[in-house]
Ligand binder design. Structure first.
Ligand code: G3H
Ligand code: ZN
Length: 282
């Protein structure tokens, strides 16, 4: 089936009192693993491409977005396509033409007034162009190449400020800092579930959890129960990818055909997607 708009996938998750999982992809094998894992779990999914991943592909989003659209076309579950962690307005302006139905505009490192002003401008542009827009308040932190910030990484989202931010910007979803951190390679983050519940009660839009690779399964389930409606996962796939390649090459020093080890790594990533979709709920 054609790509499903993110707005629809998130709305359905809200109606189910569940969450939609969104996986960050870098290569074609990542996309294949996300779609296959979602089919095996029987759950819809969002494929996310970050600004950094676009940069890795020489600033061109379309080779990956077309691959995602083609794989969605033959998928047995709904697949959405989201542009993640955008700071560059020029890239945001390419989003609709590139095939994205949504974007996360990232000004969380800025001061509150700057975050409001820049996010509100991004929302206006997004809505004029048919895109659903997510933004962040508080500062999840942990991105290796994060810009200099007005905040310390991990600064939690305040419910009153969140209510004000959503009203002032008109965002469609709010990414919140509640104890997770980007790029963790161990699942040792501790979430503040009371804060998630307070934020869910304070704002009229769905809440998004970033840095979910570092969150244990039980905490992910509890986060959904407390009100998280979109769960962003990236590093967990890259751990599986790299582990698969490393193990294969360690055991076969002569291999030169990348299909051999990429098959292995794609299977490992598929397993991670299937497991996490089972955890956060279909
Ligand atoms: O927006 C992307 C996510 O927040 C991914 O975070 O790589 O730590 O799972 P993660
Ligand atoms: Zn993130």
């Amino acid at each position: 089936m054609p790509l499903i708009p993110t707005s629809e996938l998130v709305r359905e998750a809200c109606e189910r009192h569940s969450a939609i999982a969104a996986f960050n992809v870098i290569t074609l094998e990542h996309i294949e693993a996300v779609v296959r894992g979602a089919e095996e779990a029987g759950a819809p999914v969002i494929v996310q491409i970050s600004e950094n991943a676009v940069k890795f592909h020489a600033g061109r989003p379309i080779p990956l977005t077309r691959a995602a659209a083609a794989l969605a076309e033959s998928a047995t579950v709904g697949v959405g396509l989201h542009l993640d962690h955008v700071t560059d307005m020029a890239l945001l302006h390419q989003a609709a033409d590139a095939g994205f139905s949504s974007a996360m505009f990232d000004a969380a490192h800025e001061s509150y007034p700057d975050n409001v002003a820049h996010t509100a401008a991004a929302v206006r542009w997004a809505h004029d162009n048919g895109l659903w827009l997510e933004a962040e308040l508080g500062y999840v932190g942990g991105k290796p190449d994060a810009p200099a910030s007005a905040h310390t990484a991990g600064v939690r989202t305040d419910p009153d400020e969140a209510r004000q931010f959503v009203a002032q910007t008109g965002v469609d979803a709010l990414a919140v800092a509640v104890g997770s951190s980007h790029a963790m390679t161990t699942r040792t983050a501790t979430l503040d579930h009371d804060l998630i519940a307070a934020l869910a009660a304070a704002v009229p839009v769905p809440l998004v959890l970033h840095g979910s690779s570092g969150v244990p399964d039980e905490d992910l389930s509890r986060a959904v129960a407390a009100g998280i409606r979109k769960i962003n996962i990236g590093t967990a796939l890259n751990i599986a990818y790299t582990h698969g390649v490393r193990e294969f090459l360690d055991h076969d020093a002569k291999v030169v055909d990348p299909r051999k080890y990429l098959s292995r790594t794609r299977t490992e990533m598929t397993g991670v997607v299937r497991h996490l979709l089972g955890t956060v709920g279909a």
